[in-house]
Design a protein around this ligand. Structure first.
Ligand SMILES: [Cu+2]
Length: 133
């Protein structure tokens, strides 16, 4: 229950990842490459990532390191070792390229976070491996 303390003030303001067994994936986004137009850094609160309720904070910048603001940022999470544990939701913009979303990670282990960043002509997807203690 101690994790609840860290995020209780943020829940009302931020997006929430909702558990969902059959979320439709958007079609054919651009996969990340070596010369990526978008960089995504992921932080968690609490840090390191722990089972239970967590806030994920994504800092999204362009190839020049400038924050990407005003984007639509979809986040999904899958427990890599199992099926049927997917969650997805829309992150809430916090300014200066930061986007946050709350999620309940019901199991420890390896998760894959998939982030979709869309703005004007930009349609970008990145998978981020993620370990929950
Ligand atoms: Cu699981």
């Amino acid at each position: 229950m101690r994790k609840m303390f860290f995020i209780s003030m943020l829940v009302l303001l931020a997006g929430v990842l909702a558990a969902c067994g059959s979320s439709a994936q958007p079609a054919a986004p651009v996969e990340s490459g070596s010369s990526s137009p978008v960089n995504i850094q992921i932080e968690t609160n609490p840090n390191p990532a722990m089972m239970g309720n967590m806030e994920l904070i994504l800092t999204i910048t362009d190839g020049d390191g400038k924050p990407i603001e005003g984007a639509t940022v979809d986040v999904s999470a899958d427990h890599t070792d199992m099926t049927g544990m997917g969650m997805s939701g829309l992150a809430t913009e916090q300014g200066e390229g930061r986007y946050s979303i709350n999620a309940n990670f019901s199991m420890s282990g390896n998760w894959k976070i998939t982030v979709y960043v869309r703005k004007d002509g930009l349609d970008y997807k990145e998978d981020i491996e993620f370990k929950v203690q």
